[in-house]
Design a binder for this molecule. Structure first.
Ligand SMILES: [Zn+2]
Ligand SMILES: [Zn+2]
Length: 262
């Protein structure tokens, strides 16, 4: 900076000037972040997913509003960055919440806090996944079974043990696989677990293969056409050997270290 330059508002000479203003004076005269007076948050009452810009996200999120719900509505000055957003509820009716909060913003190297206020209308709408689930829609199915023969266990006992193995897998499953879980059905020969997403079902099957070294048989059946393309439903049959089902609690079990490749 050439010597002798100073902020035209406050006279400060230290620090860079932009259009004759120091960063502090520029920040005071600039709208750093704004929020509309009223916004709408669309929320699935079943799973907590939010509809943001036409897409459902955050399935499994708490139905309680958080700063994540407001972030998409902020208009931020191109030179500013929002570092944090905190807010509290001042009043609410059944469908409208009045919120006030503060955004901590960084602008040209200096920090500012900006007070914000808005009203949030919360709308309930069933998300695509929950709608499909309730309509019995699925794209893939996992069949949990014991050895085909000879049957050494009563069906009820077999299901109980398969259920225990499934619970172990479920604990290790990624949350996006879990979000694709539809429902499961009890059968004499085991369980059928339905998924609304084939990739998620395949990932669960692979996890079972790695974890227990079991064999997976995959098959597909045509169930319709969409946009000129055949749509398949995929079935993964997971057969758990008696040794796996007979084992004690996970800690006591010798887990096969090497997964057997198909
Ligand atoms: Zn200044
Ligand atoms: Zn939902």
């Amino acid at each position: 900076m050439p010597s002798g330059e100073f902020c035209v508002l406050c006279g400060r000479t230290a620090g860079p000037l932009t259009d004759g203003l120091c960063a502090a004076c520029a920040a005071d005269r600039t709208t750093l972040v704004t929020l509309p007076e009223q916004v709408e948050v669309v929320l699935c009452p079943t799973c907590g997913a939010r509809l943001v810009r036409g897409a459902w996200t955050r399935a499994g999120a708490s139905p309680v509003l958080s700063s994540e719900d407001l972030a998409p509505f902020l208009s931020v000055h191109p030179e500013a960055g929002v570092r944090s957003l905190t807010w509290e509820e001042r009043a609410h009716t059944a469908s409208l919440r009045e919120l006030s909060g503060t955004a901590a913003v960084r602008f040209r190297g200096i920090e500012r806090t900006v007070p914000l206020a808005t009203r949030v209308r919360v709308l309930s709408r069933t998300c695509t996944d929950c709608g499909r689930r309730s309509g019995g829609y699925y794209t893939a199915r996992l069949q949990l079974r014991g050895e085909p023969a000879p049957r050494t266990r009563r069906p009820k006992e077999l299901r109980r043990r398969l259920d225990a193995v499934w619970s172990e897998l479920w604990e290790e499953a990624r949350s996006d696989w879990k979000n694709a879980f539809g429902w499961r059905e009890e059968l004499p020969e085991g369980w059928d677990v339905y998924f609304t997403d084939t990739l998620a079902a395949r990932s669960m099957a692979r996890l079972a293969k790695q974890r227990f070294g079991i064999r997976i048989v995959e098959s597909a059946s045509l169930f319709g056409r969409k946009n000129g393309q055949d749509i398949y439903r995929v079935t993964f049959c997971l057969r758990f050997p008696d040794a796996v089902l007979a084992a004690g609690p996970p800690a006591a079990r010798a887990v096969p270290g090497e997964a057997v490749e198909r």
